[in-house]
Design a protein around this ligand. Structure first.
Ligand SMILES: Cc1cc2nc3c(=O)[nH]c(=O)nc-3n(C[C@H](O)[C@H](O)[C@H](O)COP(=O)(O)O)c2cc1C
Length: 441
């Protein structure tokens, strides 16, 4: 008797502020109008996805001191969008990116618990630490925290959130009082949102350093990773899953869903041709130079995007738009590796940036793409993918229509949602065990 295949998990990333999204395409819609979010979430639900996923940035993108229009300008508040989506969807999970650096645990925990109630157990939280230095200036604290401090704060944030969520014991009319005193937070609280359908929202994590992976191994139930090439994905999978035992966790209590782009064609040749056209839309000449200016920390507008890399040194004293601040050695090393790659392969500025930011993960016929996704999951390189289309809000249409049925035929993807399934159920995660019930330390 053959064993049933491992089940594929899919998340749907609403395309937004990133180089993947093409805003110049006439088919692009709004990233503000609720109709766009509704359309997207309904498509994800049609494709039986585990969840809809929103990224978040807390400041408009700036470049050379000015708000820049190379990508989209502005987006609505994540929790407001997800709350509205609860009313127009029935099954799909709703996961928002919300920073541990720029929020307070009590307030965020009650917002997320509320979303879990409103959605009937479909809420999730992508707990990011926000690397963008510029975000800090929008907050009273100002500036930004050093990398290690951000993860210290994230760990205490997540642990305190869990205590608050767990403070309504099963069957008790009143919550326990939570007294927490730590380096980051002093809270003396009775949590005002009763225990939610999932007990706790599902915690997602995105961050790649050793600190980030440790945070993920301790607290996350899904990791949104960057590692999409098969070999790199498998190395990451083994690394992170290997960290779980230290926290008394099983392999299946954490799912790894790397971001993946896709381009579908009726033939392989057609798909590759489309992929090339989309890459050229994603990285226009001015975007290629902007990318380099953010690495070099200086004005490179005199350089030809179709020519070789600039021969000047970086200005490592300058603060750059993305907050890669003042790390002289790191910037030098990054530039050296970019030079090496472009020289080895004879890449112009634009071709190099296409290689770095617009190399599509899966390009081919629907059969090819379904086969690849299944292979990654069966061979334990991933538990599925966070699928990112290049158009808003129609980026998922073709995937839902043409790839999903083939995954179902393979027996590795659901045919329907179970009635009343929570996000935790969809992901095949264990129930959230209240802190009080945990093994005594
Ligand atoms: C795939 C991925 C997606 C991320 N998305 C966001 C985001 O939407 N908003 C945000 O503020 N930070 C985001 N981050 C930043 C991380 O939370 C973290 O601050 C950053 O990656 C630095 O941590 P690291 O060195 O552990 O990677 C993302 C990081 C990764 C790797």
């Amino acid at each position: 008797m053959s064993r049933s295949p491992r089940q594929i998990h899919l998340a749907a990333h609403f395309p937004g502020v990133n180089s993947t999204t093409v805003w110049t395409d006439p088919a692009s819609g709004s990233q503000i109008d609720f109709a766009a979010f509704e359309y997207f979430a309904r498509t994800a639900e049609r494709g039986l996805f585990d969840y809809v996923f929103l990224a978040e940035g807390l400041r408009l993108r700036e470049h050379k001191g000015r708000v820049h229009e190379l990508d989209v300008l502005g987006r609505p508040n994540t929790l407001a969008v997800l709350a509205a989506l609860t009313a127009v969807t029935d099954h799909v999970g709703l996961v928002g990116t919300l920073s541990t650096t720029f929020n307070e645990p009590y307030e965020l925990a009650r917002q997320l618990a509320s979303l879990d109630h409103l959605s009937g157990g479909r809420a999730g939280w992508n707990a990011v630490t926000s690397s963008d230095a510029f975000h800090g200036a929008n907050f009273r604290r100002g500036g930004f925290l050093a990398h290690a401090d951000r993860y210290e704060r994230a760990k205490e944030f997540a642990a305190l959130s869990k205590k608050l969520w767990d403070s309504w014991d099963e069957g008790e009319a009143l919550p326990r009082r939570i007294r927490h005193s730590g380096p980051q937070f002093d809270v003396d609280a009775r949590f005002d949102v009763p225990r939610s359908p999932q007990g706790r929202p599902v915690i997602v994590q995105a961050g790649d350093s050793a600190d980030g992976r440790d945070f993920g191994a301790e607290h996350a139930e899904v990791i949104f990773s960057l590692h999409q090439d098969f070999d790199a994905a498998r190395v990451f999978y083994d690394d992170v899953k290997g960290r779980l035992a230290a926290w008394g966790r099983e392999e299946d209590s954490l799912k790894i869903l790397p971001g993946a782009t896709f381009v579908i064609g009726d033939t392989a040749a057609e798909a590759h041709e489309r992929s090339r056209e989309i890459a050229l839309q994603q990285v226009r000449p001015e975007q290629a130079l902007t990318y380099l200016e953010q690495v070099w920390g200086r004005d490179l507008s005199g350089y030809d995007p179709d020519g070789p890399l600039p021969d000047v040194e970086p200005d490592t004293g300058a603060e750059t738009a993305r907050g890669w601040a003042n790390r002289h050695a790191a910037v030098q090393a990054r530039i050296a590796s970019l030079r090496e790659l472009s020289e080895a392969e004879g890449l112009s500025v634009r071709e190099l940036v296409i290689r770095l930011t617009a190399k599509h993960t899966f390009v081919g016929t629907p059969e090819f793409i379904a086969g690849e996704i299944d292979r990654y999951v069966q061979e334990r390189a991933t538990d599925g993918f966070t699928v990112v289309g290049h158009l808003t809000p129609h980026g998922l249409d073709e995937f839902a229509t043409r790839v999903v049925p083939l995954l179902q035929e393979r027996g590795s993807y659901r045919d329907s949602y179970d009635e009343g399934a929570t996000l935790r159920d969809l992901l095949g995660l264990p129930a959230a065990v209240p802190a009080g019930a945990a093994v005594a330390q």
